[in-house]
Design a protein around this ligand. Sequence first.
Ligand code: 5GP
Length: 191
Amino acid sequence: MGKGTVCRVLCQENRRLVRTTSLTTRSPRKGERDGVDYHFVDEKKFHELKEQGAFLEWAKVHGNFYATLAQEVEELRQKDYDVLLEIDVQGAAQIRNSSVEGVYIFLLPPSMEELWRRIMGRGSDTPEAMKERFNNAYHELSEVWKYDYVVINDDISRAARTIEGIIMAEKCRVEKNKQFLTDFIEKGDKY
Ligand code: 5GP
């Protein structure tokens, strides 16, 4: 919970980082805008696009469908953006099993009590839907072992800074800088 806010803060503060706009079949919540928060589509359209192979990944969460458009990710990558996907564990598993390179960060609520409180505090859903959200979040926890990093979401800006640090560290990996390093070292021959 609060994942959306952390992602928004991250993208506001990092010009090279762009969050994708997922498709969903759920109805917009108050204040949500089509094309900004999500592309809101009906199930017919969703399944049409799925059949066309338009999705990098997709999942059914709390009875609604969600998906990331492959083309959007591809276009952003070509423009050299870092692409941020705020997706559930099923979607993450699909990408992990594909050829797409990624860093997987699990955003953890500070405690179970806090997770419960945040879900109940939302108030925009029915009690059954809120209970389902909690159960879903609880079950998602069993997937944490497959992720590369865990960040505790106790404070929005601290969580955003920690994720920024992870992104920066990932960019400094020797294996991701092989060409640069080879060229750099080769220049020493001239001296
Ligand atoms: P919400 O309906 O509260 O915006 O999102 C419900 C869940 O769906 C969250 O866990 C969110 O991360 C996940 N979600 C949002 N967009 C996508 C997506 O494109 N793919 C997948 N797999 N999950 C998504």
